[in-house]
Design a protein around this ligand. Structure first.
Ligand code: ZN
Ligand code: ZN
Length: 271
């Protein structure tokens, strides 16, 4: 199976692969710039080329881009929504330069008093607009959420609704974050529950849609709607849950990316 981490880009793109190699990664995820800045310089073509060669040399593949935390494609604030679309299309172009297998994104939040249904429309329009602006077919990989603070993507029917309304559904894929699923009340932590969730995902989103697992344990309770990643086997999901997940005949064929907190030592233990 392919296992890796979200790897820090601190110090530049050249630092990413060495960090992944030290951790024994065979797949990885990265931000293409600091995740808390919307303004950023363009990627340098030589740096991208070198990055792709480093990945190949260490047989790290596939690799994924994750969008910035500042982006909110469900936002009722028109300015923020426009900036988010701009950023997302830029992320698609950068992912192409980096030869990434896709751009993972959160569906955003409609805010405290926001209505859900117009938020879903804004997400669909943002995904389509970013696709048109970017002019490439790098997959956008929608990630499920824990459901805190009116975030979208905490229910399978809602994600299915977004896919069904998109003009470009063929370039939309799905990432299952285990901690978010658990916190949203999806019973992925025991064998029967996991089977139920996978069956529902298949029928609602289509069998080819799930391409990536974010393997995180949860520091918060089942159905708590609180997003707190924790070390594998040490959270509320526990060791048995991950034994089931990593050994599942279907899931084990997918790349697993951990977004667990802490140091390189913590990463070594988690992997
Ligand atoms: Zn995640
Ligand atoms: Zn999370």
């Amino acid at each position: 199976m392919r296992l890796g981490f979200h790897i820090s880009i601190a110090g530049g793109l050249a630092e990413v692969v060495p960090r992944a190699v030290r951790r024994g990664c065979t797949t990885l995820q990265l931000f293409t710039s600091s995740p808390v800045q919307l303004q950023r310089p363009m990627l340098n073509a030589d740096d991208c080329h070198q990055f792709i060669e480093q990945l190949a040399a260490h047989n790290i593949q596939p690799h994924f881009v994750h969008t910035s935390y500042l982006l909110n494609i469900a936002s009722p604030d028109q300015k923020l929504w426009e900036r988010s679309v701009e950023h997302l299309s830029d992320e698609l172009r950068r992912a192409k330069l980096l030869n990434a297998a896709g751009v993972v994104l959160h569906l955003g939040s409609v805010g405290n008093n926001g209505a859900i249904s117009p938020g879903i429309d804004r997400v669909v329009r943002a995904l389509d607009a970013a696709r048109i602006q970017a002019q490439n077919d790098v997959p956008l990989i929608l990630e499920n959420s824990a459901g805190a603070g009116n975030t979208l993507g905490a229910s399978i029917p809602q994600i299915a609704q977004i896919l069904a309304a998109s003009q470009y559904p063929n370039s939309l894929q799905f990432c299952l974050d285990t901690a978010h699923a658990f916190a949203a009340g999806w019973p992925v932590h025991h064998p029967e529950g996991l089977e139920e969730v996978l069956t529902e995902l298949d029928s609602a989103l289509g069998p080819e849609r799930l391409v990536l697992i974010h393997a995180n344990d949860s520091r918060s309770d089942f159905n708590s709607h609180v997003d707190r990643h924790w070390h594998i086997g040490q959270g509320k999901m526990g060791r048995e849950a991950f034994r089931t997940i990593v050994n599942h005949p279907r899931l084990r064929k997918l790349p697993f990316i951990m977004e667990t907190p802490g140091t390189e030592e913590d990463d070594m233990r988690n992997i």
